[in-house]
Design a protein around this ligand. Structure first.
Ligand SMILES: NC(=O)c1ccc[n+]([C@@H]2O[C@H](COP(=O)([O-])OP(=O)(O)OC[C@H]3O[C@@H](n4cnc5c(N)ncnc54)[C@H](OP(=O)(O)O)[C@@H]3O)[C@@H](O)[C@H]2O)c1
Length: 323
């Protein structure tokens, strides 16, 4: 078990730095650095984590601008789902984790207190011990996207010998879906789409066929696939690339009628998936993919949001270090 020895005189402060939004809007307009936010209290089953690295997801931008709202959510709030850090306090009822444990995971729809903060109180069940091979920065890049990729492929019934097409292969989710498809699910053939300059990356991740979406309509190719993993949409195109009897999973289209056989998948935070995938992360068979412009230091969270929102990131936009 990886455990960081905290200094004997380590004291949890009462206040912390955190990025806060007090109204909805573009992150550049509404996010502000609060130097004196209260450090959250741990509730039953939660641990307090000193956040050392965080990562951004499209859902963070959607929550800041108000496109995606959770029941019971209220402003002000701190954005951020993904984190990696060190446990500094365990609340009542915490069974597995101890002070000093190096952990990673994602907050499942945190109501107010996200991970763009020095400290976060988070349910033990959302966290796993950080694989030793990974830095905090690498670990923070994984939780949302690896659980989304794994869960969607599992629900789509990908199994050894089947073929897979990943739409959006160079994004946070797609870079993991290609690797998991090949290394964990044993797909016989993996194809993926990206723009021209990212085709080599798709190959390096294990894709047998890299499709340039600026030149080719994937649905017009004669080759069809057992499973189509759609991280781009619309599903009307994705279903034209599946073999009869195959499945199409979309992670981008919810709350709308999907053309058969497409179905939607939304990830839930569950440390058991991280535990299951640990051997692949420790062996390096599955690797984090951090965007070359990352990491953005904590002070540049707004620049990180702006970059994420271009929709052109390669792999993950990571925030590191966090003071
Ligand atoms: N349901 C869930 O639980 C869940 C979880 C996570 C994410 N999501 C959603 O899934 C989507 C993908 O997430 P992400 O984190 O992977 O996003 P991302 O990292 O921001 O995706 C960026 C990548 O998308 C690629 N891309 C853009 N348009 C494309 C196209 N037409 N064809 C192929 N690739 C294209 C870009 O490559 P190029 O520069 O080459 O275009 C870029 O590398 C988002 O809409 C996100 O909200 C859903």
């Amino acid at each position: 078990m990886t455990r960081t020895h905290l200094a004997a005189n380590f004291v949890i402060p009462a206040k912390m730095k955190a990025w806060v939004y007090r109204e909805h809007g573009n992150a550049a307009d509404v996010l502000g650095l609060d130097p004196e936010l209260e450090v959250p209290e741990v509730q039953e089953g939660q641990v307090l984590v000193k956040v050392l690295a965080a990562a951004l997801n499209q859902v963070d931008a959607m929550r800041v601008n108000g496109v995606f709202q959770l029941p019971g959510f209220s402003l002000p709030a701190v954005p951020g789902y993904d984190l990696a850090g060190v446990v500094v306090k365990a609340g009542r009822g915490v069974k597995e984790l101890k002070v000093g444990d190096e952990v990673y995971g994602y907050m499942w729809h945190a109501k107010k207190d996200g991970t763009l903060a020095e400290y976060v109180a988070v349910e033990e069940s959302y966290l796993a011990l950080k694989p030793k091979k990974l830095s905090f920065e690498e670990a923070a890049s994984l939780p949302v996207v690896i659980q989304t990729a794994y869960g969607g492929l599992e629900k789509a019934g990908l199994s050894p010998g089947k073929s897979l097409l990943v739409l959006g292969g160079a994004g946070g989710v797609g870079t993991l879906a290609i690797q998991l498809g090949k290394e964990v699910f044993g797909a016989s053939r993996v194809a993926a789409t990206s723009s021209t300059r990212k085709l080599d990356l798709l190959k390096s991740l294990g894709a047998d066929l890299a499709i340039d979406y600026t030149k080719v309509n994937f649905e017009d190719l004669p080759e069809k696939f057992d499973v189509v993993y759609d991280a781009v949409g619309p599903s009307e195109r994705a279903v034209k690339a599946v073999k009869p009897g195959g499945s199409v999973v979309t992670i981008v289209e919810h709350n709308k009628a999907l053309p058969p056989p497409a179905f939607s998948f939304a990830a839930t935070s569950d440390c058991s998936t991280l535990e299951k995938l640990k051997p692949f992360l420790e062996s390096g068979k599955v690797k984090p993919m951090i965007d070359p412009k990352s990491p953005f230091p904590f002070s540049q969270a707004i620049e990180a949001f702006s970059y994420l929102q271009t929709g052109r990131a390669t792999g993950k936009v990571v925030i590191h270090p966090i003071p």
